[in-house]
Ligand binder design. Structure first.
Ligand code: FES
Length: 124
C-alpha cells in the first residue's frame, strides 16, 4: 500500500490516504495513478482547471517527502511549472506526477494560492 499525506498551506487539517497504486486510475482526470487522480478518487479536492492535461498550473503541489518515488517530470511539465506561483525545487504538477512505487510514502503540501485564486483576488 502507498500512503499519501496531504498538508495545506492555509492551515486546513492534514489528510492521509492509503491506496494500492496498481488499482489506478481512480478517477478520470490526470495521468492514471497521478497525485490528482489519487486525490479526486478519494474525494479530496485539488484544482485542475485544464482537466489534468498539463496545460495550467492549478494542480501545483509541493512534494515534501518521497519526490524520488514519483515519475520524473517531463519537459512540458517543467515548462508549465515555471509559471506556477510559489514554485519550489520540489514542486510538481499533481496531474503529471505518478506513483510508481507501490509502497511509496509521499507528503505533499497544497499551496495557498493557485493562479485561479490569484486572478480572482485581483478582480475584487
Ligand atoms: S490540471 Fe492543469 S496542469 Fe494539472
Amino acid at each position: 500500500m502507498a500512503r499519501l499525506r496531504i498538508q495545506y498551506e492555509n492551515g486546513d487539517p492534514e489528510r492521509v490516504i492509503e491506496f494500492d497504486p496498481a488499482k489506478a486510475p481512480f478517477h478520470h482526470d490526470g495521468r492514471p495513478g497521478s497525485i490528482l487522480d489519487v486525490l479526486l478518487g478519494h474525494n479530496i479536492h485539488l484544482e485542475h482547471a485544464c482537466g489534468g492535461n498539463c496545460a495550467c498550473t492549478t494542480c501545483h503541489v509541493i512534494v515534501k517527502q518521497g519526490l524520488k518515488t514519483l515519475s520524473e517530470a517531463e519537459e512540458n511539465e517543467e515548462d508549465m511549472l515555471d509559471k506556477a506561483p510559489g514554485l519550489t525545487p520540489t514542486s510538481r504538477l499533481g496531474c503529471q506526477a505518478v506513483f510508481e512505487d507501490t509502497n511509496a510514502e509521499i507528503t505533499v503540501v497544497i499551496p495557498r494560492f493557485t493562479i485561479n485564486q490569484v486572478s480572482e483576488a485581483a478582480e475584487e
